[in-house]
Design a protein around this ligand. Sequence first.
Ligand code: AMP
Length: 287
Amino acid sequence: MTSAAPLRLAVPNKGRLEAPAVELLKGAGLEFELSERRLSAGVRNADIELLFVRTEDVAEYVADGLVELGLTGADLVAEHGGALRTILPLGFGACSLVLAVPRDAAVTSVTDLAGCRIATSFPRVTAAFLADAGVEAQVVEVRGAVEVTPQLGVADAVVDLVASGSTLRVNGLRPIATLLASEGVLVARDGTADGDERVGGLVDMLRSVLDARGREYMMMNAPADALDRIRALIPGLSGPTVMPLADPAFIAVHSVVERSQLWRIVPALKAAGARDILVVPIEKVVR
Ligand code: AMP
């Protein structure tokens, strides 16, 4: 099913998710201009319009039907609480929403926080977590600088986003529970976008870029009788490509490998007799 209006996609206009979102969309081949005071941009080579909005507003835009798709953090989707469906996790913007207390507090678990004040920008997720744990505590909604609220005497604990945990440590806080793990996600409203082939096409292209990340293409020459050992080392996506060389005693083998495994695979390939090993980047993997 397609419609006359372009497919609208809300994208963060600033903040942590903006640059990786734009990089992913461009990597998927969408051609559009970015300008300083941009609110929207038409995609030149696809029936798609991008709307640049605040990261925390994306879920609302999607839920209200102002756009068909949104790109935002899973944490913000959870906090919005609307009927949104994650179509594709995007592998960037990874962080966790954690419950943390002052380092020296005599608190080991959430149950010790009954009657306490918990500061957060995620009141809905926090309230649900406390209800699940059967703990009655006061949720204090704050916007920004959540981690300083215990020092200010405004709260006894915080629920805040962390990536490395260094901000918590600098502010003398110690995590005691994780409420959720988050990353950038592509979302749609529940029950929509399913039959739209433009959504399917966009998702395929985004996924092809994500699948290519962390992978490399390897090429090598090897003695023909080393094929079984080499194949065991580099099984590839559907098996390695094997080609004869001018000298019938030798073959060329090509395969896709995980970059993180290269340090282990390359010496083993050499030991198996492979030589002239080339490793080149992959842009997309379309399945
Ligand atoms: P922004 O406030 O616009 O920079 O983006 C906030 C969003 O970035 C959050 O909702 C998360 O989805 C994501 N994020 C990734 N790492 C972190 C982090 N260390 N702290 C806060 N947000 C993060």
